[in-house]
Design a protein around this ligand. Structure first.
Ligand code: SF4
Ligand code: SF4
Length: 87
């Protein structure tokens, strides 16, 4: 499996998903306040599902997914998240 990087169009946020480490528990999907993440079918995984970034433009860089993933499978980079938002 691979490491998948997704950048927001405004350049402020990047999510890095370590797919090898994702066990498909969906904790991050349930806790993400902006519905950036989704579980998608992945037949090659024994769990049958894996997390994917499906709406990167919704991500606000809050870091909840990184903090709550029990398997350290998501890393959040928020370049300028505290500047008050992009104009
Ligand atoms: S919380 Fe972690 S292990 Fe669970 S679905 Fe999300 S990325 Fe995968
Ligand atoms: S950083 Fe926050 S908004 Fe972005 S995917 Fe993770 S939980 Fe969702």
């Amino acid at each position: 499996m691979s490491i998948v990087e997704t950048n927001s169009a405004n350049g402020l946020f990047k999510l890095v998903v370590h797919e090898t480490w994702c066990k498909g528990c969906r904790i991050c999907v349930d806790l993400c306040p902006t519905k950036t993440l989704s579980m998608v079918e992945s037949p090659d995984r024994w769990e049958g599902v894996i997390v994917k970034v499906t709406d990167m433009e919704a991500c606000n860089g809050c870091g909840i997914c990184e903090a709550e993933c029990p398997d350290f499978a998501i890393t959040v980079f928020a370049e300028k998240a505290k500047t008050g938002g992009a104009a």
